[in-house]
Design a protein around this ligand. Structure first.
Ligand SMILES: Nc1nc2c(ncn2[C@@H]2O[C@H](COP(=O)(O)OP(=O)(O)OP(=O)(O)O)[C@@H](O)[C@H]2O)c(=O)[nH]1
Length: 598
């Protein structure tokens, strides 16, 4: 097919503005899937994604559309992840397209991720088609939202499509706009192969399936391809397209989107953003924008039952097959024994991996509080990357510490400006900018330490704005901070897995809160447990868990056997996530207590 009949596009939207629903409607309208095949939200394939209603992995699908001009077009829809953890993946998906549908909820208007995504799309020079979705809602205000898009983003909305992905209004209009406005891809079939990897997944039979957008040349089975960032070579076994199920084709040519399989064993060799070329006739230069993804958040994962260590390692190995951004290495904790230090792109990524380990591999895990990477400059000139508070050098050895900061953009109704500012100041934020989107909503920009964001910024932002605030953030670099390590001692013994790094000004407060919280969380045991919070040798807070007096069954008066059994069950359930640390039994919540304060 000549490229004048190809359109490559993606949908960008804030979470819940209707991206998946719209994708479904486009699939349905173009007959890509029959009604019977049509499962709800086919583009979000993983169960977890579906449950949480968020898109994690980019997916792609080819639609065939016969336009009003009588011509048939091949439309490649590349889905983008809708969460701030996956910005880099979003940017690679955008780089594979010539255009984007900008979906904005007609009742909500522009939100933080709308802006973040639209700026990414503009960076890639994409043609943007504004789609005002959910116009079926009684609270829809399409004209107001159009104005917002013009004022804030500076896009012309005179021919924005008014749509309802739910009822099907505007779907044909969207398809026509894609054909008319989005430019066809360039590129020549005779040039050396140059293809962008925008995603990949591991298949037990075929090896890694690499999702590519071909920019120049062609790729077909039998060719030897080379990945430019890793310099790895493989012989292509299959190429194909997404309908949305994988369907083999003879070759993929310049302008097209599809998959390549080449008996690749490890997703690490097929990095998102890398360029694929012909090993025998390589392209001169890789496509721009490749970046190695590095984790932002680390935590310790320990099996509750130490005999599960090997199972945990195998499970991590398996998850890693499909997720090149997950990193881990063995770690030992005096308190928790043998486990792994794992790095994630962000908190959502961390949650998803933990949940998959527990659900799919049936593991009971203790996870320690997440930490960012601190750059520790020692007095002897050495610079350390510390992702685990327990490994922090002693105060005497430290010259200074840098911590990662983000630029956080919050969009809220006027009434909540005060609440957002108060919270952001408390989180050590530096005010940068405030801009009115219209008469009722404001965009506020702060620079905030990433560690404060991962503590509980988002939860507290949501609760202090009754759910109205939206947040997006991006890393801006490492800056000097006055940080100290806060240790927790139980029964006079420091518990390494409970150590946290905090700002000096907040250390006393956080120490007291943490000790108090732990007193509430740690169940009474047969003996008294003193809890101390300390900085270096200085104890700054002390609490005590008093010894247990009553037997749980005492309440039952020996009578009702079912009730007794229930209580015992409940007690067993509660025990499941307990870890014996020295002589004290600690529940999972204890390790996360730092996140649940203030
Ligand atoms: N009334 C109405 N509801 C809609 C419309 N489009 C989507 N929704 C609803 O809005 C909610 C979110 O839609 P999704 O399609 O899951 O949103 P999304 O943008 O894909 O969300 P992520 O996958 O998390 O990025 C769902 O409950 C949809 O049923 C619409 O046109 N009208």
């Amino acid at each position: 097919m000549d490229t004048s009949h190809i359109r490559n596009f993606c949908i960008i939207a804030h979470i819940d503005h209707g991206k998946s629903t719209l994708a479904d409607r486009l699939l349905e309208y173009t007959g890509t899937l029959s009604a019977r095949e049509m499962e709800d939200q086919i583009l979000d394939q993983m169960d977890l994604e579906r449950e949480r209603g968020i898109t994690i992995k980019a997916q792609a699908v080819r639609l065939t559309y016969t336009a009003k001009n009588g011509e048939t077009y091949m439309l490649n829809l590349i889905d983008t992840p809708g969460h701030v953890d996956f910005t880099y993946e979003v940017s690679r998906s955008l780089a594979a397209c010539e255009g984007a549908l900008l979906v904005v909820d007609a009742a909500q208007g522009i939100e933080a991720q709308t802006l973040a995504n639209v700026y990414l799309a503009l960076d890639h020079d994409l043609e943007i088609i504004p789609v005002i979705n959910k116009i079926d809602l009684p609270s829809a205000e399409p004209e107001k939202v159009k104005n917002e898009i013009e004022e804030v983003i500076g896009l012309d909305t005179s021919d924005a499509v008014l749509a309802s992905a739910k009822t099907g209004i505007g779907i044909e209009e969207i398809l026509e706009a894609i054909v008319k406005k989005i430019p066809p891809p360039g590129g020549k079939v005779n040039n050396p192969l140059q293809a962008l990897i925008f995603d990949s997944h591991f298949d037990a039979y075929k090896g890694v399936i690499v999702y590519v957008r071909v920019f120049e040349g062609r790729v077909a089975p039998g060719m030897t391809i080379k990945f430019m960032a890793t310099d790895k070579r493989f012989e292509v076994t299959e190429v194909g397209i997404f309908r949305p199920y994988l369907m083999n084709v003879d070759e993929l040519e310049a302008g097209q989107v599809g998959f390549v399989a080449a008996s690749i064993k490890n997703v690490k060799d097929t990095r998102v953003g890398d360029t694929v070329t012909d090993a025998d006739n390589p392209t001169q230069a890789a496509l721009p924008g490749y970046r190695k993804i590095t984790p932002m958040v680390y935590c310790g994962l320990y099996p509750v039952d130490s005999t599960d260590y090997d199972t945990l390692r195998d499970a991590l190995d398996k998850l890693k097959l499909n997720d090149a951004s997950l990193v881990y290495e063995p770690e030992t904790s005096i308190a928790l024994g043998f486990g792994f230090r794992c790095g994630f792109l962000g908190l959502l990524h961390m949650d998803v991996i933990q949940e998959r380990l527990e659900r799919e591999y049936n593991l009971d895990l203790i996870t320690t509080a997440p930490s960012v990477i601190y750059k520790v400059y020692k007095t002897d000139g050495e610079v350390l990357d510390i992702d685990n508070p327990a490994r922090m050098p002693t105060p005497q050895e430290i010259d200074h510490i840098d911590e990662p900061y983000v630029k956080a953009v919050v969009i809220v109704p006027n009434d909540f400006v005060g609440a957002v500012m108060e919270l952001s100041q408390e989180k050590r934020g530096e005010f940068k900018d405030m801009k009115y989107l219209d008469t009722t909503r404001v965009m506020i920009t702060y620079h905030i330490p990433l560690s404060e964001i991962i503590y509980d910024y988002f939860d507290r932002l949501k609760s202090s704005t009754r759910g109205y605030a939206s947040l997006d953030y991006e890393l801006i670099g490492d800056f000097k901070s006055d940080l100290v390590k806060l240790d927790i001692l139980l029964n006079g013994e420091p518990v390494d897995a409970l150590s946290v790094i905090v700002h000096r000004d907040k250390a006393a407060f956080r120490g007291r809160m943490l000790a108090e919280k732990l007193r509430e969380i740690i169940p009474r045991q047969m003996f008294e447990i003193p809890i101390q919070a300390a900085i270096g040798n200085k104890v700054i807070a002390r609490e005590t868990v008093r010894a247990m007096r009553k037997d749980v069954l005492a309440k039952c008066y020996g009578g009702d056997i079912t009730r007794k059994r229930k209580l015992l069950e409940k007690q067993k359930e509660g025990k499941k996530r307990m870890k014996q640390v020295g002589s004290v039994e600690l529940p999972q919540e204890a390790f996360m207590a730092i996140l649940k304060m203030d």
